[in-house]
Structure formats: C-alpha cells, structure tokens
Design a binder for this molecule. Sequence first.
Ligand code: ATP
Length: 759
Amino acid sequence: MRRPQRRLVAKQGRSQDADEIRLLEAWIDAGKPLRGTKPPPPSESSSAADARRIARAVAAKAAAGEYSEYGACTRFDELPLSKKTKDALRKAGYKEMSEIQRAAIPHALCGRDILGAAKTGSGKTLAFVIPVLEKLYRANWSRDDGVGCIIISPTNDLAGQIWDVIRKVGKHHGFSGGAIVKRTGIDEEKELINRLNIIVCTPGRLVQHFDETPNFDCSQLQILVIDEADQMLHRDFQSQVDIIISQIPKVQTLLFSATQTKSIKDLARVNLKNPEYISVHEQASTATPDNLEQCAMIVPLEQKLNMLWSFIKRHLKSKILVFLSSVKQVKFVYEIFKKLRPGIPLKCMHGRMKYEVQQAIVAEFNESTSVMFSTDIFARGLDIGDVDWVVQVDCPESVALYIHRVGRTARYNKRGKSLIFLCPEEEKMLERLKATESKIPINVRKPKVEQLEQISQNIAAVLVKFPNLQQLGKRAFVTYLKSVYLQKDKEVFDLSRFSAENFAAYASSLGLPVTPKIRFVSHKKNASKKDMEDTDVKQKAKVIEINPQANRDMLADDELDDDDILKPKKATTDANIYGLHDVLSPKASSTGTNMEPEKVKELVDRPLKKKKLKINVHRPVGTRVKYDDEGNAIDPLASLAEEVGSEGVIHKDKISQRYAEMLREMQEDDKEDKAQHKKSLHEKKLQKKMKLKRKRQEETDEVSEDSGSESDRGGQNMSYKGKKKYLNDSDDDEGGDEAKKLLAQQEALALKLLGKMHD
Ligand SMILES: Nc1ncnc2c1ncn2[C@@H]1O[C@H](COP(=O)(O)OP(=O)(O)OP(=O)(O)O)[C@@H](O)[C@H]1O
C-alpha cells in the first residue's frame, strides 16, 4: 500500500523540481550580471524586500543596467538558488554573503568560468560549492548519472573539509559524492568512483584513477573546480593537473585561491573560456585579513627553540598553530616539548600520518586550547576554529606561503595574531614582506634576550633520558639544513651565510652533544688554503666568541617602553590575548612548568653579567659546572635531569655514564658515516675508471673496425668483433702473429689434455 504513495510523492517532488528549475533558469537568464562587473557596495544594493518581490516576478525581465537584481544582492535568500540549497544555508546559519560570494556566485550561476581571488578565510569555499550544487540540480543530475563534478585540492585534509561543506549545504539534494582520500583503499574506490556525482580529491589520486580504473568515466562532467589554484598550476601539481585536463571534456571551470595566479600560460593550460576575473580585495590596502595583527622577530637560529618555548609558556590559554619546515622537526619539537611539559596540551600534524589520525587531531584542535606543531600540510585552506596565534618558526618559501600560513587565524571577521621568527641570515624575506607591493602590515619586534627561557640544557637532559630522541634530534638538524639548502630562492635561503659556529650552536640548542655531519654544505668553497688552515685551527680549538652585547643589541628593543612585548604580563586573560604587547611577555604563573622561575632567571642572567661570553660549542651540552648553595660544584646535567624527568630521579653517575656512551655512539656513527662516504667515493672513482676504460676500448675497437672487413662489422659486440678481426685478418701482420701464437697455445693445451685422457 505504501509503495504507490511513495512513488506519488517522488513524482510530485520531481515535477516540483522541474517547475523550480524552469523558474530558476528564467530568473538567472533575466538578470545576468554584465560581464566584468562586480556588485556595488552593500548599501547601494536593493533591499531584501525588493529582492523578494523581484523573485516573485521572475517572469518580468530585469531592467537592463550594470547591476542586475541578483547580481547586487547581499543575502543568500535573494539569489536564484533552489529551495533545497537555501534551506540548508539557512540551517547552517549562513545569511549574509561575503564579498567573494557576492561577486562570484551570480557569474558562476550563469555558467561562466571564474578566476576568483580573495583573502584567506573570506568564504571562497561556499563561493564554489553553491554553484556546483545548483549546476547539478538544474541539470537534473541524479545518482545514476555518474561523475558530474570534480573538485581538486592540494591535500587530503582540505578535500575532506570541502566535502564537509558540500554535505552541509547540499544535504537536501540527493547527490552522491565524497572526498577520495587515502582512507579508503584504491580498489574499494575503483568500485565506487563511477557512482559518485561529486568527487573531491587531490590531483594525484585522481590521476591514479585515470591510470588504474578501467571504466572511470568523466565524459558527462558538468563542472570542474580547482581550489588553491595558484599552487595547483605550479610546480608540484603541474603535470598531474595537465593529465586531468587532458582526460576530461571542457566544462565550466572555477579557480579559486587567496593568492591567485595571473600567468596567462597557467590559465591557458586549464582551458579557461573568457573567464571572469574576480579579485575582490585587489584594491584593499592589505593582502592579509584586516583583523590580523602581524609581527616579525629577528631570532638567531640557535635561539629559535628558546624563543618558541618562552612564547608558548606565556600564552598558555591560547590556541597556537606553529609552522616548522620538516616532518622531522615537527616530530622532534613536539616530542621534546611534551617531555618538558609547558602546561598546555600539545599536538602535531604532518603528512606522514594516517588520514584518520589527522582528522582526529584536527577535531581535537578545533575544540580545545592547545599548541599544534605542523608542517605546511596545514598552511593552505584549512579552516580551524578560533586559532589565536600562528607562529612561523621557520621561514616560508615565499610571500604567498606566508599569507596562507597566517591565514589560518583571523578567519571570517574573527581576530587573530601572527608571529614569524626570521634568522638574521633571512632578513631578505623581511624586506619582501615589508615591501609595498606585498601589502602585508607587519611590525618588527625585538625581544629582550633576558626574558628568554634557555632550554637547551633541559633538552640535552631529555636526550640523555630518552636516547631514541637523540637520533630524531640529529635528523631534525639535518633536515632543517637540507630544507634551507634545497630552497631555490637563494636570496633568502643561503646556507653559506651560516658559519660552522652557527651550525654548532644550533645543534647545541637542540641538545645534541656534537654537531651532526652535513655533507651538502661546504663552508669554505672559495677559501684560500690559509683560510682553510685558519678555520681548521679555530675548529680544532672548538671555541667561538660571542659578544653578548651584540646579541642583546640584536634582540633587545629600546623603542618599546610602552608597548613592550617582553613586559611581564599581569594576567593571561582573554582581554589581552589580542594585545600586541603580550607576544613574549613573561608568564603570569608557572603552573605546569618543570623549571623554577629562579632557575630560569639564573640561566638567563648568567651570561649577561659577563662582558664577553666564551662558548665552547663542541663541549658536550650540559657539562657547564654549576654550584650549589654551599659553593660545591654540581653536575648541571644531573640536576636538570632530576627536574625534567617524570619517572623518577636519574643519578649523576648514570648520566655521566650515559653521556659517555652517547658520545661514543655518535663518534662511532660518525666513523661509520665516514667509512661509508669513503666507500661510496671509492666506488664512484672505480666506476669512472671503468667507464673511461670502456670508452677507450670502444675507441680502439672502432679504429680496428674501420680498418677491418665488412663481415667484421657484423659482429655482436665489440670485444667479439675485435677477436674476430684478429683471427681472420691475415693481412695484419701483428694480428696474424698473435693469432698464430694463440692457436699454438690452444693446440698445446688440447694435446696435453688428450695425453692425460689416454694415461
Ligand atoms: N557567508 C558566510 N557567513 C558566515 N560565515 C561564513 C560565510 N562564508 C564562509 N563563512 C565561514 O568562514 C570561514 C572561512 O571560510 P572558507 O574556509 O571558505 O575560507 P577561504 O576563503 O576558503 O579561506 P582559505 O583561503 O584559507 O582557504 C568558514 O568557517 C566558513 O564557515
């Protein structure tokens, strides 16, 4: 009994849809915004009541003029959208449109290609999701119709996030779809993929399906979206995007990004047809969100971790996203800080994690106040709720990446702050950020060194207690330098600007007892022999001198008396979370810390009291002698380890013993490395020699061949040819003699053998 009724309802629904689609088509057609136009500022647009009246009278043609009715509206419910989409938008709390949505959606609804750019967090996702849903709806797309839309994004996480928005806004439509991420196995996906109406995925995964899924059919595709378009059309994804474009028909294409490509070559590659260039913030004075306060600090490489730690300790009630340049660094800093327990939950995120784990971490980070250490996997597109601070410990590879990283905060009218540490050697990046054309309002602050908590000895103590972290530290060190070395922009990233002393101090700041070998760096490439000798002598002495005053000059800030970023903070209340003054102000309380404030002060003050500080950079970390109240020397490593450890006290002798072992292990590692290196050099040399030998042999053979008979040239390989020539060419006296000699030898051997057989 129920079935016919259900069928009836479905039929009614279909006919309602058909009516609505007819109305929408008429409405869209009647009020098409003129090409190349942007909506006027909201105050000039028609009122909501007017818009509703216009919606009822869709049959009446819209008055001609630069701005059509829906092209100028400000609310979603004034747009020619299906009831299903409007209902879902209303339920999700989306009422007023953002600038990019007002500018892009009307053009996209008319079927035009779009090249859209707007600041981070300005609502670009809805600007393409709504046209996608409407396009499929108006095309009467159903589950059986297969792939109607492809959205490509640079990361799995971003694909997942886009799919979540589609699910929310498209929940009343019956489309099938999903984010094709690593979660499902490729074989499982192969079964499903042709049944999805909307596919959101990374270019790599899509190309894999084009390669491996036999019946993967995109011939009926209606619309293509490329999010983070500038990244997609460049370098890493270029070839994959080219493959995708070659495999699909030309359809309506929407490209969005916060930092848009303007290269005609790039756009030609995606076949944009007379696109609408929509850059809503082009005339804005800043390229970053208006509610974002940005700050930069010049921090020597070896002080970065101290600075980060000090910063975190002073912002225990904030949600902080920290960017580091490699997976190894993220892991190392996360593990070490976790052991040192700053008093705020810590998380880490990188591309080597399983998708489910990443999702769980993002969900947790969304909910709670914590610090997340991340690689650039998090830099683009991800929409995390209420991030207070973005801290860039390592320099971004470009101004564009800087903009994307800081864009993880101050999203959609919310406030946020960002801080970037730049090494003195990377000041060129600061110049670029401050350049007028970058449109980045960034303040340069100089932290006072005496406010810094020095944690390298604590880290060294942790490494003693957890030896596996030592290897991680070593790799973090090497991968950091490698990441700098591999950067193409040598004006900013130039390892040769760092001295051997810098590296040693950096290793020391990671708690490493010796500086790991870095084979890709040669400091004295063009140095004279004398220079080299001098350096050797210095390195043998293993002592560098640092003038603490110079350091202080670099780090101290005299101009900031009123707005002193290092001034003690009275209370960590939400009220001053956003004040620039609290970038590195000392903590109000040290709850959850593992080092007493006096100890910190002692560590910080000690070098500053002296006029000139001598640091033995190769001296094992943590061996500096300290004294107890009675003036007896104590082993600082041991005392620190006692404070740091959570699982009981470590004894001094054990520490020294472990330390000696550690040193021995590293030296052995070093020896092995050297031997390996020597071996590989030897092998390379040998190969080179062989190659040369072969070449010579070939040349000789060629000469011989040129002078040989036609049949000689037909031989299979050179040595055979050579031999054949020897034996056959009786004109060649020398060759003839040798051949005779050889024959005689062989005959003698055969006779001998025969004789033996007879015996
Ligand atoms: N019209 C709107 N009204 C209220 N909130 C909105 C609106 N549009 C988008 N948002 C919210 O703004 C936030 C940022 O949106 P979205 O992620 O689309 O930004 P984006 O421009 O794509 O940023 P990015 O460049 O970093 O990728 C999201 O939380 C989203 O829900």
